[in-house]
Design a binder for this molecule. Structure first.
Ligand SMILES: O=C1O[C@H](COP(=O)(O)O)[C@@H](O)[C@H](O)[C@H]1O
Length: 754
């Protein structure tokens, strides 16, 4: 016995807080059972506690219901498994963990057991499988009442989310580090666990010898919460995979410190990303799901992206200039997860394209979804024949199923696969046990990753994701392409690609129309949305320049909007807003056909706006209407130049006539030779014929231009315009192309879908 006791490495207590929850049931207990099966008889002794908020009489049957269902590890015979499982169940117990006293009791129980059985304590492993907001409180309880003696280790495993941006991650880190030492915290990323098996397969050598064209990291996922795909997948899982793939690996793979330092060096070499480096989408049914989940009303609208494609560049000699595409999304066509490196193929094949030398050269790290049912590394046969590193754990696959993986049949690859692939949690739980800190996320690594992603998240917080229908119906809607160092969707989301049933499913949708952003909704929602966008634009302009210069069109389209704006009597910053006119008919302002009259009647008379902030077009001078010599346009230009910084309006709201005219710029309108003119007199084919209008020069100088199109009568025009690329002299609206500003189309469902 004495001899046995000496041989023992000490007792390990495992506590799964949240031990009867979903994650524990699906993965964690299986991981701890595997750990026990691996370690039993090798010197350590164990006890396992499932902790929960429920009292013991309720929690115990729940826990044992889970434990009884555990599957046998594949390497154990049925007989051996029954024996090991019996022992495991015998060593397991439920313990209520709610109050500080509960933790205290647990600690006493552990001490008592150690004393009774004369065991030395090796360490305590707490796995916190609970919501992140409870971490700080639990960490405090562990620290105050449940620490092992100083010669034993304490390891606390934490699951993401570790904050939702840099600031919240810093705050959480501060709270946790007040209670636990960094070496005691094991921030787990199960995706990293999936990729760990590839760690020994360094890319460095092949990347040096062959010319890398691009790197892709892709994962199609099933679930994430309102966090959105960037916070839930890209910031953690895919960043970890990228780092693992591209960082320099030290010669000694068990040097945790050096691995962590190299990770940090890699993260520090990432170039800043902003909106121009990303495309985002939202699964069409997502809003409905969120409304239901959060118990929100139908008008609740979330901008959370469920799809993102980001291009990243690295400032290091090895990967300089090579785009790294990181993509993930929900409701994509195929369930695949992989990382791939594409190399340049120097062979110029004139004939016989099926010759292996002519095909793509690539290395794929596949997680085993899709066509390939096992994790594997695939290397194109025209690249090189890989050696079998650590041949004990890896095997060569020589039986090829008749399937394609990323463009090539399996027979075109050298394939290696782990002999016994392990579930990610099993793998990581054993790494916690062995104290392999480098398989986990360090505080510095976490904050470096948030520091990289937070500016993009902030930038995207007001971008409307492209709505996509999901599955095969996505077609090419989410394809995106590289443009220099930036990315953009490759295809426009024009009317006809949007599911015609969409208008019944959600209230406001976002897409692309004529290469610019488009917002669409039923008339009322659309107008409310435009009014709120105008408010945001006004607040931004006033914050930056103290004033907001808004030019309004006439005609029928803006009527509902002007009414809605008039209701924002107190909330809109009217005092600092200047109202201008986009165009005017040459009739006295008192007449009903006057654009100014409708702006006055619908809006101005209801709000408190300083008189000097109203700038009607001077169509009525010296008791004459729009007479050339009276110089009305020049006067208006002068006024614009006087008040509007760089004659660049903050917002110009346009309408479009059924003939495609906008403002009072018609198909036959002769544009002045002088491109600097901001206002001109024009002739309309419809009454009243004489008009005054801002020019395209003035319109295209604006910081924002919104085009509002409403009603079934405009459907034909909307369809025609969607088919025309670029400018067409037949449709003056196509000449609206803000130079540096943004153009947004607001099109109601009647106009969009007919
Ligand atoms: O004549 C005009 O027509 C356009 C479009 O008017 P709508 O009645 O079809 O909305 C308008 O934008 C412009 O201001 C107006 O003068």
């Amino acid at each position: 016995d004495n001899h046995e006791a000496k041989k023992r490495l000490g007792h390990v207590t495992v506590v799964v807080v949240g031990g009867t929850g979903d994650l524990a049931r699906k993965y964690l207990w299986q991981g701890f059972f595997q750990l026990y099966a691996d370690q039993v008889g090798k010197g350590h002794t164990f006890s396992f506690y499932g902790g929960g908020l429920s009292p013991t009489e309720k929690g115990t049957p729940l826990l044992f219901g889970i434990l009884k269902e555990l599957a046998c590890p594949p390497e154990l015979s049925a007989e051996r498994c029954t024996l090991v499982k019996d022992q495991f169940l015998h060593l397991s117990k439920y313990h209520q963990l709610k109050t500080t006293e509960d933790y205290e009791k647990l600690s006493q129980q552990i001490k008592q057991q150690l004393g009774q059985e004369g065991m030395v304590e090796a360490g305590r492993l707490f796995y916190l499988s609970v919501p992140a907001f409870t971490y700080a409180d639990i960490a405090e309880k562990i620290n105050n009442t449940c620490r092992p003696p100083s010669d034993a280790w304490l390891r606390v495993v934490l699951e993401k989310p570790f904050g939702h941006d840099l600031y919240s991650a810093q705050a959480l880190d501060k709270k946790l580090s007040d209670q636990l030492k960094e070496k005691e915290m094991y921030r787990i990323d199960h995706y990293l666990g999936k990729f760990l098996c590839f760690r020994k397969k360094s890319l460095t050598k092949s990347a040096k010898e062959h010319h890398v064209l691009e790197i892709e990291i892709f994962c199609r996922i099933q679930f994430y919460d309102q966090y959105g795909v960037i916070r839930d997948v890209l910031q953690n899982h895919l960043t970890e995979v990228m780092t693992l793939m591209l960082m320099n690996l030290p010669a000694n793979l068990s040097n945790s410190m050096e691995i962590l330092q190299n990770k940090l060096n890699f993260l520090a070499s990432l170039q800043h990303v902003d909106n121009s480096n990303a495309v985002v989408g939202q699964y069409q049914a997502y809003n409905g799901e969120v409304q239901e989940e959060l118990n929100k009303t139908k008008d609740y609208f979330s901008l959370t992206p469920t799809f993102a494609g980001v291009v990243i560049h690295v400032d290091n000699v090895q990967y300089e200039g090579i785009p790294i595409f990181m993509t993930s999304g929900k409701a994509l066509d195929e369930r695949v997860s992989y990382a791939r490196v594409l190399f340049k193929n120097d062979v110029f094949c004139i004939q016989d394209p099926n010759n292996v030398q002519c095909k793509s050269k690539q290395i794929i790290f596949s997680l085993g979804h899709g066509n390939l049912q096992y994790p594997a590394i695939l290397i194109s046969k025209n690249l090189f024949k890989p050696e079998l590193v650590s041949s004990g754990d890896w095997k060569e696959v020589t039986e090829y199923k008749d399937v394609n993986v990323l463009g090539l049949p399996l027979s075109d690859y050298y394939i290696q696969s782990p002999v016994t692939p392990r579930e990610a949690y099993c793998e990581l739980i054993s790494h916690v046990f062995f104290g392999r800190k480098d398989s986990f996320i360090s505080a510095e690594g976490l904050l470096a990753s948030w520091a990289f992603w937070t500016p993009l998240l902030e930038g995207l917080s007001r971008v409307f994701p492209r709505v996509y229908p999901g599955g095969e119906a996505n077609g090419n809607l989410l394809n995106f392409q590289l443009q220099g160092h930036q990315v953009a969707f490759s295809h426009e989301a024009v009317v006809n690609v949007i599911n015609p049933g969409a208008k019944d499913n959600f209230q406001v949708m976002q897409g692309k129309y004529r290469s610019s952003e488009m917002v669409s909704a039923w008339a009322q929602e659309l107008v409310e949305r435009l009014a709120s966008d105008l408010l945001l634009a006004a607040e931004e302009a006033i914050r930056e320049e103290g004033q907001f210069h808004l030019a309004l069109s006439g005609g029928s389209s803006p009527v509902a909007l002007l009414r809605a704006l008039a209701l924002n009597l107190y909330t809109f910053p009217w005092r600092n807003t200047h109202i201008w006119q986009v165009d005017e008919r040459c009739v006295p302002h008192t007449e009903t056909g006057s654009n100014f009259r409708s702006i006055h009647d619908l809006l101005l008379q209801h709000i408190r706006i300083p008189y000097f902030n109203i700038h009607p077009m001077p169509v009525h001078l010296t008791q004459r209407l729009c007479v050339e010599e009276d110089g009305g346009p020049a006067l208006y230009e002068k006024e614009i130049n006087k008040h509007v910084n760089g004659s660049s309006f903050h917002y110009i709201l346009l309408g479009v006539g059924q003939d495609g005219h906008t403002a009072s710029l018609f198909q036959d309108t002769k544009l002045e030779n002088d491109e600097e003119r901001l206002a001109i007199l024009t002739e309309s084919p419809i009454k009243p014929h004489q008009r005054m209008s801002l020019t395209f020069t003035a319109i295209n100088r604006a910081r924002r231009v919104g085009v509002l199109i409403m009603g079934k009568s405009k459907h034909e025009l909307v369809s025609q315009l969607s088919r025309i690329k670029g400018e067409s002299s037949k449709y003056p609206i196509t000449k609206v192309q803000p130079k540096t500003g943004t153009l947004i189309w607001y099109i109601d469902y009647d106009a969009l879908l007919g």
